[in-house]
Design a protein around this ligand. Structure first.
Ligand code: PAF
Length: 292
């Protein structure tokens, strides 16, 4: 496994591999690798000839006052896990390499970026689309793999690649969950033991919506209200619960076709997000992965 820090070198290596007919897979990460990341790496490895992973805590996707400084960082541990997962190339740039002095070109997907998490984390998705567009340009992958735990991010990145005519397949992979149902996330490290027990109410409330829809309920308002009630009762501070269309992310008045229920909560100093696909979407996604 090679670790590269220079963009030019990364691009050259990738273009050479492509010229030799190799398919290049890309898994962008901010490090603090957990089983969710490993599942992306393993899938990407299995479906392509060469696997590139980026390791970059992107400052522009953290709003002022968020946890950029405190975000968990473990370069040595991440490199070891990446090697074990079969990564061929790690692209680990500095902030200056990604954002050269005088950089003035953001990438923003309008509308989708302001909804749901975007309404609470101003500028977050612009930071994500700017860094991912730049990484795509540098890494030149055929396929890029993202976890559907960050559902809105995945929708926005698909829109971005389509709108910019990027010939990159953006693949969404199932959420990996711990045995207690909590989705794996680097920010779970912020949870105390008590917080961890409270946080379970997030996936439980979303599962409640999923079961109700399976049982024939199709009116979002009472389902969303009940999910909010359950989470607040558990002591979580709810930012939003929403039942939306899977591509436009518009609120639904009725669940008639594919839909997704999403929520964001605070549990102590951990901001947690989660979602479940509903209706047709649930059948297509094949469901989440539960670790033993
Ligand atoms: O999902 C993440 O970890 C980040 O948002 C990403 C895609 C690596 C961009 O910094």
């Amino acid at each position: 496994m090679r670790v590269l820090e220079a963009s030019r070198e990364m691009t050259k290596v990738s273009l050479d591999l492509r010229a030799k007919g190799k398919t290049v897979a890309f898994v962008p990460t901010m490090g603090a690798l957990h089983r969710g990341h490993i599942s992306l790496l393993e899938r990407a490895k299995g479906e392509n000839n060469v696997l590139v992973m980026s390791l970059f805590v992107n400052p522009t996707q953290f709003a002022p006052g968020e946890d950029y400084e405190a975000y968990p960082r473990d370069r040595e541990g991440d490199l070891r896990k990446a090697q074990e997962a079969g990564v061929d190339l790690v692209f680990a740039p500095t902030v200056e390499e990604m954002y050269p002095p005088g950089d003035k070109t953001p990438v923003r997907v309008e509308g989708l970026s302001e909804k749901l998490c975007g309404a609470f984390r101003r500028g977050h998705f612009q930071g994500v689309t700017t860094v991912v567009a730049t990484l795509f340009e540098i890494v030149q992958p055929h396929r890029a793999y993202f976890g559907k735990k960050d559902y809105q991010q995945w929708v926005i990145l698909r829109r971005m690649t389509a709108d910019l005519g990027m010939e990159i397949e953006v693949i969404g992979c199932p959420t990996v969950r711990d045995p207690d149902g909590l989705a794996t996330s680097s920010r779970n490290a912020y949870l105390s033991e008590v917080g961890r027990a409270q946080a379970r109410a997030l996936p439980q409330a979303l599962r409640g919506i999923q079961e109700a829809v399976r049982g024939g309920d199709s009116t979002p308002a009472p389902l969303v209200a009940e999910a909010r009630r359950l989470m607040e009762e558990a002591g979580l501070q709810v930012e939003y619960v929403a039942l939306v269309h899977p591509e436009t992310l518009e609120d639904l008045e009725k669940v008639e076709g594919p839909a997704v229920a999403l929520a964001a909560v605070w549990c102590g100093r951990a901001r947690l997000i989660d979602n479940v696909e509903l209706g047709e979407g649930e059948k297509e996604s094949g469901g989440d992965v539960f670790e033993k």
